[in-house]
Design a protein around this ligand. Sequence first.
Ligand code: GAP
Length: 510
Amino acid sequence: MDFKKLVSHCKEYGFIFQSSEIYDGLSAAYDYGPLGSELKTNIKQYWWKSMVQMHQNIVGIDASIFMHPKTWKASGHVDAFNDPLIDNKDSKKRYRADQLIEGYAEKIEGKITKDVDKARKRFGDAFDEAEFRSTNGRILDRQAKIDNAIGTMNKQLAAEDMEGLKALIEELEIACPDSGSRNWTEVRQFNLMFSTQLGNIAGEEGKLYLRPETAQGIFVNFSNVQKSTRQKVPFGIAQIGKAFRNEIVARQFIFRMREFEQMEMQFFVRPGEEMKWYDHWKQTRLDWHKALGTPAENLRFHDHESLAHYANAATDIEFKFPFGFRELEGIHSRTDFDLSAHQELSGKKLQYFDPELNENYVPYVVETSIGCDRMFLAQVAQALQEETVPDADGKDSTRTVMKLHPAIAPVKAAVLPLLKNKEELVNAANDVFDKLKVHVNCQYDEKDAIGRRYRRQDAIGTPYSITIDFETLENNTVTIRDRDSLDQKRVAIDEVSKIVSDSTNINSLF
Ligand code: GAP
């Protein structure tokens, strides 16, 4: 579905609102409405259950957002958590220099895709895409331009060569997307951490940061958790919580925000065994996405060439968002960087005594890190569809339907009396609702014709609609309509709770 339509659908049905909208909104901050908060909770529940509760050797914590300022010195965020920023002097718009260069490469990639599509049409079944890409002169030239730009940029980013980045932007003749002007400022490093001040300590001493990742709350608690739970390496610590980044360009709805939520797990392993676990978690996390019904063709790995300051291997699980493949989750082999740095700066031992090896060491870490909001966007983007279905008279009509996996759908069932002005039907529907609400999140709706109520439930992804009609009064049965197949089955009221809860339970994903 068109991305603008998706955003307005989320607002219309109470999934997501712009933050402080009555004051014209705050950019890159969003509020989850009644249905959005249910869906988000279900996503978090799926992650927590599969990562923490389904593993004997993974435990969860909930650390505070504020941490001692030295945390961020040790982790490298004070010195190295920067993005290269550039301003356009004419439009006064601010950009990330690396994103401008990536945008240049994406444009050329678009031209390559067009060439390939044209050739496919021309050659039909005989078309061999791989051969065409590796032999067609125009495509090879274009690919060389991309490789050159991205390769040079990666080297400059690694060397923190800001002058080089500016020169590259000029050499590639990149213009401001807003004004078309090429009148650029210098490129400068911009630290992404938000800071605030402790009430009772003035100056630098009292400077606090809002955490830019939840991971550090896990690292500083390594010994507390290991000792209190008596976990043995390999083991993991997981948490879900808010993170804050002063993104230079925050856009694409909830894809890139300044306040967002992460679901992270740090897996502590023996030094030297990290690549084995890195491969294990890459596969496990990909399977987690697929179990929710995400088709394999919408997911791919993107291995990093230039690595963050803490990593010796890293990959993104990318999802095909409406605006292209983008990072959904990161899997990083973080070595012993964080624990060693905290150990050094705090002077406290962050080591593990391995009884099998009879030695102490600082464990290595493999991290899985996924943005809850990005996961939300991916699921909604994938689920929201417009399709043609027969209406009550058998004629074709268009419906908007959110085909979320039932286990994460915000409302599991709608309870609908056929008519609202028949007291017996309304009473019977309320009885069904009261029985069902104990088991699942359900909605009672009596307004409008039954067909319109079905459509409303389709639009919010409710897997089942239960209709209470005159036959209900005679024999205690109701109809259950399936959101996807549109099949209607008549079942006894006593069976409804079991049918709905069995097929919408998070456990059905395991
Ligand atoms: N602890 C490692 C870490 O934070 P990251 O790749 O910077 O790694 C992990 O972030 C995940 O957090 C990303 O894959 C993405 O899903 C999410 N994320 C990062 N920045 C975000 C932002 N500004 N808005 C929404 N989600 C974000």
